[in-house]
Write a protein that binds this ligand. Structure first.
Ligand code: GLU
Length: 546
C-alpha cells in the first residue's frame, strides 16, 4: 500500500505539516516546575460538581507553581451540545471563583494556544491524522453500525473483548487503495482508525494521585476521526494536551480504562506524556453505604444547585478542599484566619477511594465561612446572590443597608459567636424578621403564656419600655414584670416548685422573642431591639396588647 497516496486521498486539503503546527504552539516560557493544567468540559449545559472538583485541583497546582490554568471546550460530541452551554460553564466557574489564565471565553478565545474549542481545531487534528496515515499507522474503516454490532455479538458469544482489533480488523485493514477509492467514490462513510499492535505487553504509568498503574498495552484499532471528520476524545485530548503544553491532565477516573490508548498515541507521536491525575468519583452516603452521585437522583451533583441555594463560593472551596486533601481540616484548625488559597495543596494527599459529598458537612463549613466574613462582606455577597435569585429580597436589603449590616453583626462579638447563617437562601428566611415587610410570627407562644398573660405582659412591657436602657436595665424591667405576673424569675425556682408559679422567665422571654422575631430560637432580644429601632419594637408589641 502506498500510504502517501492513501493520505492524499483521505486528506486532499491538508497541506500543513506537523512541524508547521508545532511552530504555532511553541513551548511555554514558564519558570522551572510551573504546571500547565486545564479543564475540558463538554458543553452539555449541565455543569457538575466534578467539573468544579477537577477545576479546583488544576487551578491550585497551576497557580501554586506560577503556571497556567486554561479552559478548553471539548465539543467533539455534537449530539450533546446545548446552546449557550459554553457561557454556562464559564459563568458557573466564575461564580465559584475559578479564574482561567487563558482559554475559551464567551465570545471567542483568550490566549495563544487556541482555538480553545475542539471543533475549531479540525485542521490541526487532520494534519496529525494525515501524518499517521502516511506512516501506515492509521487507516480508513468502512464498517457499518450493523457490521460492528454483529462483530460485538460474536465477541460476546466467544467471551472476547469487544472492539475492532486483531482478526476483527483484518477486513478493513486489508482494503487496497483501489477499493478504498471506490468506496469513497460510492459515498460510503468511513472513520479513521489507529492501527493497534497485537501485543500482550503491559504499560506502566505513574498517576500522580493513584501511584503506579500497570495496564495492558493498547491493542485496539480505536477511532481517531469520526465519519464527520471530528476527532474522538482520545485523539483530540492527546493532540491538544501536547500542543497546548499541558503538564498535568486532571480528569475523572472514568477515563482510566482508555488510558492505554492515550499512552499509545503519546508514544507513537514521540511526545512527552503529561502527568495523569485521575480523580475519585464523587460519592454520597446512603444508609450504611456509599454510592455514586447520580444526575437523575441527586440535585447536588449539579453546580447550579449550589448557586440556587446560595452557598458561598468560599464555602464550596473549603468543602472541596476537605474532600480533596486529607490534611486540609487540620490546617484550617491551625490557621483559622488564613485564606484557603494559602493551603499548600498536594496531589499526593488525595483520596482515591471515592470522594464523599456530605451536604451536612458542607452546611457546617458554610456556617464557619460566613462566620469569618465581615458583616459588610456578607451583605455584599448576599445582595449579589439576591439580585439573581430573589429580587424582592434584594430590593428589601438595598432599602435597609444600615439595619441589615447591624443585624448581621448581632451575636457575633460574643465569646461563642452565633453562626445563624448557612446559605444565602436560608439567610433570606432567617433574617426576615428584621423587616416589617417580611416579618411574621411563625412559632407558637409557650403554653404557659395564655392570651391573658400575653396581653398583660405586653401592656406592661410597653409601659416600662425605654429604648435607651442598657441591656442590664432592660432585663431588670423584664424580671420585674415576670414577678408581677406570677412567673419565677429563676427557672430553678419554677422547676423545684412548679405549683407556685405560672411558669418561669424562660417562658416570658420566649414569648417576647416570638413577639419580636417570630421565632423562639432567635438572637438576643435586647440586641435585636436595637437593630429594629424603637418604632418597630413598639409597633410589634402594640399589636399583641389587645
Ligand atoms: N471532556 C471530558 C469530560 O467532560 C474531559 C476529560 C479531560 O479533562 O480530559 O469528561
Amino acid at each position: 500500500m502506498d500510504y502517501n497516496a492513501l493520505a492524499d486521498l483521505l486528506f486532499p486539503d491538508v497541506t500543513a505539516k506537523p512541524e508547521d503546527i508545532e511552530k504555532r504552539f511553541p513551548q511555554r516560557n514558564l519558570p522551572e516546575g510551573a504546571c500547565v493544567t486545564r479543564i475540558g468540559p463538554s458543553p452539555t449545559g449541565f455543569v457538575h460538581l466534578g467539573n468544579l472538583y477537577n477545576a479546583l485541583i488544576g487551578e491550585r497546582i497551576a497557580h501554586q507553581s506560577d503556571g497556567v490554568f486554561y479552559l478548553r471546550i471539548e465539543d467533539t460530541d455534537n449530539k450533546r451540545e446545548v446552546e449557550g452551554a459554553v457561557e454556562t460553564v464559564i459563568n458557573a466557574m466564575n461564580y465559584f471563583g475559578v479564574r482561567f489564565d487563558e482559554g475559551a471565553v464567551a465570545d471567542g478565545d483568550n490566549g495563544n494556544y487556541g482555538p480553545y474549542r475542539q471543533r475549531q481545531r479540525r485542521e490541526i487534528y487532520h494534519v496529525f491524522a494525515k501524518q499517521l496515515t502516511e506512516q501506515g499507522l492509521a487507516y480508513p474503516c468502512f464498517l457499518t453500525a450493523e457490521e460492528i454490532d454483529a462483530i460485538r455479538e460474536q465477541q460476546t458469544a466467544n467471551k472476547e473483548n469487544p472492539g475492532i482489533y486483531g482478526k476483527y480488523a483484518e477486513q478493513s485493514r486489508s482494503l487496497t487503495l483501489e477499493q478504498i477509492k471506490e468506496n469513497i467514490a460510492a459515498g460510503k462513510e468511513w472513520v479513521l482508525r489507529y492501527r493497534g499492535v497485537e501485543t500482550d505487553e503491559y504499560i506502566n504509568v505513574e498517576d500522580a494521585i493513584r501511584g503506579k498503574l500497570e495496564m495492558p498495552r493498547n491493542n485496539m484499532d480505536f477511532v481517531l476521526l469520526k465519519s464527520d471528520g471530528i476527532p474522538t476524545y482520545h485523539f483530540a485530548h492527546v493532540v491538544d494536551d501536547h500542543l497546548m503544553r499541558s503538564t498535568h491532565v486532571i480528569r475523572g477516573e472514568e477515563w482510566l480504562s482508555s488510558l492505554p490508548m492515550h499512552v499509545e498515541l503519546f508514544s507513537t507521536f514521540d511526545w512527552k506524556q503529561p502527568v495523569y491525575c485521575h480523580t475519585a468519583t464523587l460519592m454520597k452516603l446512603e444508609g450504611t453505604g456509599k454510592r455514586k452521585l447520580s444526575k437523575r437522583k441527586d440535585p447536588e451533583l449539579a453546580l447550579s444547585y449550589y448557586q440556587q441555594e446560595g452557598i458561598s463560593p468560599d464555602a464550596i472551596w473549603e468543602f472541596l478542599l476537605t474532600v480533596l486533601n486529607s490534611n486540609y481540616e487540620e490546617w484550617r484548625i491551625a490557621n483559622p484566619e488564613a485564606d484557603y488559597h494559602d493551603f499548600p495543596y498536594s496531589l499526593s494527599k488525595m483520596s482515591i477511594s471515592g470522594a464523599l459529598v456530605d451536604l451536612d458537612k458542607l452546611r457546617n463549613i458554610s456556617k464557619d465561612v460566613i462566620g469569618r466574613m465581615s458583616a459588610e462582606k456578607i451583605y455584599e455577597s448576599w445582595l449579589e446572590w439576591c439580585e439573581c435569585y430573589n429580587t424582592d429580597y434584594a430590593e428589601l436589603i438595598r432599602k435597609y443597608p444600615e439595619r441589615t449590616i447591624k443585624a448581621l453583626n448581632v451575636g457575633r462579638n460574643a465569646k461563642k459567636p452565633r453562626k445563624d447563617l448557612e446559605t444565602w437562601k436560608q439567610a433570606c428566611d432567617f433574617m426576615s424578621f428584621y423587616y416589617d415587610e417580611t416579618f411574621k410570627i411563625s412559632d407558637e407562644m409557650p403554653e404557659e403564656c395564655d392570651s391573658a398573660v400575653q396581653k398583660e405582659f405586653f401592656a406592661k412591657y410597653l409601659e416600662s419600655y425605654c429604648h435607651e436602657d442598657d441591656s442590664a436595665a432592660w432585663f431588670d424591667k423584664v424580671k420585674a414584670i415576670t414577678e408581677e405576673l406570677g412567673f419565677a424569675v429563676k427557672p430553678k425556682d419554677y422547676k423545684n416548685n412548679p405549683d407556685q408559679y405560672k411558669g418561669s422567665i424562660v417562658h416570658i422571654t420566649n414569648m417576647l422573642r416570638i413577639a419580636l422575631t417570630g421565632h423562639a430560637n432567635a438572637p438576643d432580644i435586647w440586641e435585636v431591639s436595637h437593630v429594629l429601632g424603637e418604632d418597630i419594637v413598639r409597633g410589634r408589641i402594640s399589636k399583641l396588647c389587645f
